[in-house]
Design a protein around this ligand. Structure first.
Ligand code: SF4
Length: 472
């Protein structure tokens, strides 16, 4: 028995089993649960005044802080992209956005006690590394001037890096600025696929970044890959995986490409006939999982893999792993301050999202108010359900009595309907359901969101088809 793990009946951490039939049967649409409630539940009845109250209350509880900074600009369009971004070469536009961001940093920081330490920082986009060096330096200086940024090893400061937008000295600069984690958008190394999605970056460019990051002691490097891109095959993706595995990033996220040209204009540049068939996509996924596991990677859950020595795997083992907007994290219980257009924060008992359009964001900030457009105050039921979903997404196991005691509910009574709805999933082998606990099986781990959806009180079937991408 593993003395560290309270869940000794579980499969080993990192274990996963591909079951194509099960995946096909459960391949419905559903949320990714980077938050619960999801952003679809946010409404405009949540106001900046509500946010002020939440911020004031959070100062009583004194949790550490986490900052998310959104840089929406990109130099060119990757055809598959479904992000909120602006493709521009107009430097003036970027500078204007940054001025508004600095104003927002000032307004937000005034709401939080100065001695609350920022343990986590993430720059996302768009392309944060599209900012030039002086802009990056100034942005970090603004953050340092207004917040108490952690300087020790305990900090988790990450930035999304586009390998096409760095120069020889970029990684050194990022290290000097305090970043200790890199997330690299790789997607696919095959030149044919890269051309079809308009994102050309060579293996040697990426290898040089990885080598620099090792030299400057970055604690972890994360690669994003996408399967299901045009002209991909099992053989071509295998070659990509060979390059990836040779570089040994500590973390990997393997996303499913959702081809929705009616919704994302850029995707119309991709020819329908170049999209791999669903059966090929499944084969690519199957091969990828087998290959990564054989190469020593552990499956964390929801598209994420990590090496056994990585903090994520340790956190999953000792029960402290968290699901958050970036995927998974080891830092629990931070209040998340969101900065920039479309960014989503989580302060106290509320989620709050800034205006998604950059002009509207800038207009609101110029008028001297926060750019919060919508959000939600979560109630006691949301909290309980969020905790269940968190356990399922991170730890694959729920002890009903333990959970009930922690949340002062009788689990069996509170979730009587959900427990009965879990029975078919148990019969299909996604979970092992016993009188006092639920355990997700190795094959159920690829269908985490189908299991989590049972506990989501906001879902209706019609909503799922319209609003979410497929689970696999
Ligand atoms: S994938 Fe990244 S770099 Fe490409 S357009 Fe989207 S946000 Fe920009």
């Amino acid at each position: 028995m593993d003395p560290v793990s309270p869940h000794h009946t579980r499969h080993p951490v990192g274990d996963v089993c591909f079951d194509g039939e099960l995946i096909k049967r459960y391949d419905g649409r559903g949320p990714r649960y980077t938050s619960y409630p999801t952003a679809l539940q946010f409404t405009e009845s949540f106001t900046p005044e509500d946010y002020h109250c939440q911020a004031a209350n959070s100062n009583q509880e004194r949790r550490p802080l986490s900052l998310y900074v959104h840089i929406p600009f990109c130099q060119s369009l990757c055809y598959y992209c479904g992000c909120n971004k602006i493709v521009t070469r107009n430097k003036q536009r970027i500078q204007s956005y940054l001025q508004h961001l600095y104003q927002e940093i000032g307004m937000q920081s005034a709401l939080f006690d100065k001695d609350r330490v920022v343990e986590q920082l993430h720059f996302g986009g768009g392309t944060p590394t599209y900012l030039d060096d002086p802009q990056l330096i100034e942005l970090m200086a603004q953050l340092r001037d207004h917040f108490d940024l952690e300087t020790g090893d305990n900090r988790e400061f990450s930035i999304e890096v586009d390998p096409r937008s760095v120069h020889d000295d970029s990684i050194r600069l990022l290290a000097e600025l305090g970043f200790n984690r890199l997330s690299l958008g790789i997607q696919d190394f095959d030149p044919v696929v890269q051309k079809a999605v308009n994102r050309i970056q060579t293996v040697s460019d990426v290898a040089a970044i990885v080598s620099d990051a090792r030299q400057y002691d970055f604690q972890s490097i994360s690669f994003d890959l996408i399967y299901g891109l045009p002209l991909q095959s099992v053989a071509s993706f295998d070659r990509t995986l060979n390059h990836v595995i040779a570089m040994r990033p500590e973390r990997l996220a393997i996303y499913n490409y959702a081809h929705l040209p009616a919704r994302f204009k850029g995707q119309r540049m991709i020819r329908d006939e170049d999209i791999p068939a669903p059966s090929t996509k499944l084969e690519i996924l199957h091969h990828t999982i087998d290959k990564l596991v054989a190469s020593g990677y552990c499956y964390i859950g929801m598209d994420h893999f990590a090496l056994p020595e990585d903090e994520l795997v340790k956190a999953q083992k000792n029960g402290t792993l968290q699901r958050n907007f970036q995927g998974y994290s080891t830092h629990s219980d931070c209040d998340l301050i969101a900065l920039g257009a479309s960014a989503i924060g989580n302060i106290g008992n509320a989620f709050a999202q800034n205006a998604t359009s950059t002009p509207e964001y800038e207009k609101l900030i110029s008028s001297g108010q926060l750019a919060i457009k919508k959000g939600i105050e979560i109630d006691a039921d949301d909290r309980v359900r969020a905790a269940v979903i968190q356990e399922l997404m991170c730890h694959d196991h729920l002890d009903f009595n333990e959970f009930g005691n922690a949340h002062q509910i009788d689990f069996g009574t509170y979730f009587a309907t959900e427990l009965s709805r879990l029975v078919p999933l148990a019969n299909d082998g996604l979970i092992a359901l016993e009188a006092d606990n639920l355990r997700i099986t190795a094959r159920g781990r690829l269908l985490l969101r189908s299991i989590a959806m049972i506990f989501d009180r906001y879902l209706t079937t019609t909503d799922n088809d319209k609003r979410f991408s497929r689970a696999i």
